[in-house]
Structures are given as C-alpha cells and as structure tokens.
Design a protein around this ligand. Sequence first.
Ligand SMILES: C[S@@+](CC[C@H](N)C(=O)[O-])C[C@H]1O[C@@H](n2cnc3c(N)ncnc32)[C@H](O)[C@@H]1O
Length: 365
Amino acid sequence: MGRVAELAGVSVRTLHHYDEVGLVRPSARTSGGYRAYSAGDVERLREVLAYRRLGFGLREVAELVGDSSTDAVAHLRRLRGLLLERRDRADAMVAAIDRELEARARGRMVTPEEQLGMLGARLYDAIGGAYTATRRTEPRIAAQIVDALGDARTVLNVGAGTGSYEPADREVTAVEPSEVMRRQRPAGSAPCVAAAAESLPFEDHSFDVAMAVSTVHHWGDPIAGLREMRRVARRVVVLTFDTDEPGWQDRFWLTRDYLPEFATVLAEFPSLAGMADAIGARAEPVPVPWDCTDGLFEAYWRRPEAYLEEHVRRAMSVWTRVGPDAEQRAVRSLRDDLDSGRWAERNSDLTHLDTADLGLRLLIA
Ligand SMILES: C[S@@+](CC[C@H](N)C(=O)[O-])C[C@H]1O[C@@H](n2cnc3c(N)ncnc32)[C@H](O)[C@@H]1O
C-alpha cells in the first residue's frame, strides 16, 4: 500500500479511506498474506484519483467508476474530454488576463465588459473548438430563415459563429466576438468583424436586415443587442427560444427528466415577449425535424442515444454551463433509462412525429 501511495502521490490514509468506503479495495495477496493492489485495482485507483482531481465528489466518483457499462477506455476518453475542456477554458482565461495586464500597463481603462468577458462572453473561445463536429446549417430551418429575410440584399449576421445559416446569394457581413469561432469560418465565407451585439460598429440603417441565429442567449445584454440590430438594419430576424409559456421546461424530455438545470441557465434570459417588443417583432414557431442536421441542443429529440456522445454534447454550450456534475448525472441517468427501456416507454408518443415544437421561435421584424 505504501508503494502504491507513493506512486500515486497520495497518503496511505487516503488509500485506507478508499478501502473502508469500498471505493478501491486491494483484492490481491502478497506471499506474506498481506492485501495488495491487483492490476485492476490500480486501474480503478487511477480513475478514482483522476476524477477526484477534476473536482468530482466521492459519491459521484463512486457512481462513475461503479458503472459497469463504462470500461477503462471509455473512462480514459471521458477524462481526456474533461481535461481538454478545462485546458481550453484555462487558456482562454490566461489570454484574457494577459490582455487586461497589457491594457493596465499602458494605463488604459478596462471596461466592465472586458473584465467580465473572461468569465462569460469568452465561453466560445473555450468551447468553440468542438463546434464544427456537429453544428452546421439545417436546410429546413435555413429555408424558414431565408423566407423571413425576404428580398433583403445586404445582411448582417450577428453572433455568426462559423457561418451556418448565412445566405450565399446576398451580401453578408458577419459579426463574431470569439476568435476561436472566427478562425473556423470556412475560406471564402463572408467578411467577419470582431465585435459584440451590444455595441455594433456600424452606422444607423447600414443593412437591409440583421439576423442572429442561436446566439441571443449568450449575450451579456440581449435587449441592448437586439436594439442595436434594429438600429443598424431596417429589418431584424432572430432565431431564439421561448421561455414565456408556463411549464416550458417540460416541453423537452431532456430538460424535463434529466437536466432541470437548463432552467437555471436561462433564468436571466428575457421573455420572448420582451425580446419581440424590443424590435417590434412577431414570433413564429420553428419546428425541429427528427433528423435535424444542425447539432443544436434540441436536435436529437428522437435520437436520444446521441446525447450519450461526448462530441455531440461538447458542441452544445448548455452542458458546459450546467457544469460536469449535472452533465454526468444527466448522461448516466439517460443511459440507464435507455438500457432499461424506460425512456422508450415514457416517450413512445415521439416515434410517430417527424417534427417537434420544442420552443424555438423566429422573431421577424
Ligand atoms: C451557438 S453559437 C451560434 C453561431 C451561429 N449563429 C450558428 O447558428 O451556428 C453562438 C455564438 O454567439 C457568439 N456570441 C457570444 N456572445 C456574443 C455577443 N455578445 N454578441 C455577439 N455574438 C456573441 C458566440 O461567440 C458564438 O459564436
């Protein structure tokens, strides 16, 4: 035990404790009859210590390593994903700190947006690298957006990301604050300005229409951003989410049964009526097709197994926002229900649907 403790960099007391609570029990015997760690025990100890270092509590670790459907390779993959995500987030924070230190050294005032940016608005600098794995234009949603754009010739795409939903046959200008997202825009896509919705660097009425897709919930001040869109464009088209309807959290089985924390993520989000008011818009529902090709949060409502995939979740900001504890719990519980047939039982009404209204709305002004 002493040797294992030394190699792992933990105290013998810690190992005794793991043994007592049944987390890692040395199952082999030495020639002298003492208990010793088998290769399997060492593997398990490594998993326990790695999850602990990532901040999981003992009970959560016990659930994670006790899950018989997750083998050593799956644990390594999951640990790798969690560590990379953490590294990306730390890199983004270090870069933001460096920018602020430089600004302070030059005697420049640092705005509140800049100070808080490293925590919130820079989310996509941290997670944006995983975006293109599953996020792309869904043609049926795009058709609805193009319809709303009407005959607009000049289009401003705010929170443009990697360029999904940008119409190819118009003169498009993109706005995107995350460098990571800007860098992933395909060669030949519309010119992209580094700016945020709340302060658009354009004259009044510079564009026929300003559009924003799946981005408003990330803005520090959504209403200010929408007003800016209204200022710089004659018309506005926004794909967003309706939280006005009572019980909206129950619309989608994923938030209803597995991830109630989604409501907390959107707690500060303005009402659909408030957003519509800010730009004088009407709202129309945007149904999500059962085989939606854009891997947005609601995309896999009829393909629940997709949410078990790490790369699918990494391209959805919700999972990063709720944090690893809620994420792991939701995924475990969904996996259990899929295995036991409980999910299928509860959601049998979905199998016959081709589209679902899960609260996506197009605001058209
Ligand atoms: C889910 S992505 C959507 C990207 C793209 N519109 C699409 O549909 O694929 C959200 C984008 O909003 C951007 N964003 C975050 N805060 C913003 C702000 N204050 N103003 C404009 N865009 C912002 C993020 O950097 C990210 O690229």
